[in-house]
Design a protein around this ligand. Sequence first.
Ligand code: DX5
Ligand code: ZN
Length: 215
Amino acid sequence: MPVIAPSLLSADFANLQRDCKMVNNSEADWFHLDVMDGVFVPNISFGLPVIEAINQHAQKPLDVHLMIVQPERYIADFKAVGSDHLTVHYEASPHLHRTLQAIRKEDMKTGVAINPHTPVHLLKDVIHEIDIVCMMSVNPGFGGQSFIENTYQKVRDFKEIILAQNAATLIEIDGGVSSANAQKLIECGADVLVAGSFVFKSNDPVQTIADLKGF
Ligand code: DX5
Ligand code: ZN
């Protein structure tokens, strides 16, 4: 059964408490929280105070996806507002190994996100430092974009690397996930499905989460 992480980027920001309760009462496993700085990606979402507010209501782990430049500046701050997993972009961190060590030192799970153009083999030499690889299946910055089909092959390739290295890294898919691609993603080796618009724009988000969990 896949881990399901609804992305609150597609929630109703004027009703975050209500939407947090919906996720609490669903079969979802994690809260996926997208932080965008308007520099690393061409959009600005929310930051530390909003995560702190979500943490007051969320009863499941906070999976925080940083789409910001120099993420190493804010590791302790994201820990302080309740992050359980902290994901930085490969493309945003010239000293990735050091950044991952700093995240583990703060007692959070480490995540590395890779853009659609970044080959998976670039993570080979740090794989044992990575708890979660967040494979972007859209260009980061916005919810509601269409899934990039090449992702399937990347998942297969990365799964091979994980097995060859005997690593425990989870493969998380982020962007354009729906019931149209969930099954195939899991067959290729995906462990975690992030879904924003597919969950929050549906008529019955709790049921939509249950449907994804059933794949
Ligand atoms: C995109 C974000 C995603 C986004 C996914 O930059 O990282 O987490 O919320 O949204 P959907 O599921 O609508 O593509
Ligand atoms: Zn994300």
